[in-house]
Design a protein. Sequence first.
Length: 256
Amino acid sequence: MSLEKTHCIIEIDSADRTKGEINDFEIVLKHPVYLNRDRQYFVRFENIRLPTSFYNIDKNYNTLKITEDPSGSPTTWSITIDEGNYTINELLVELTGKLDDASNGLNEYTLTISDKTGKVTISTNTTEFKIVGSDSSLNHPLGFEANTDYTSTSTSLTSPNHIVMNTKRYIKINSDIASNNHYSRDLIENIGCVVPITEARSTIQYYDNSTGYKSKMDNRHNIKHIGLYVRDSNNKKVDFNGVNWNCELVIYEWRQ
């Protein structure tokens, strides 16, 4: 007969971190958790409270590198927009001003979005231009593929994808006490929980997860310290702008 029971519940609060930052830290437990050698243990993140204090345009998504007149006399420069929460129109206005300033009179830029398709069109009044994808983290929010170059045709360029203003559509909480259990296109991760972000900005995203999946723990005889890190859907660190988060780490014991 298989038996499962709750072995212990560990309260996690990023404010109690021993070292590191809010999105990547370690906690040393004042009272270690001891595990039986003849048992298998699983872990689940429950009662998660994440502040929605992050920006949709942060340092992971705020740069654009442009080469003007790429087939003639190329000139390359980069722009960086301020971090913050932007609406679509606010983002396009901010980008237009930055692009015009960086072009230094060679081009005037126009950015529009289609109400029908949700795709962004960038156009100039003089020369062709190229987006240098390897140095353009704004590619993703603007609907362009990451790390991909795009060159205008007839001084106009339309994104292949819908604009993405919700750069934090879900958040992954990873922990070093979970085994590598999550397979994606690029890597294998020890993900403890994936939290969908549905709440408005500057509030609290609560996620119960008491019926979510349990992650098998790696082989160990005790837990003295726990490492945790938080990433967005593109594996970028989530900047909570100084606001702490918390959850419960529930250890389940299973035996036959």
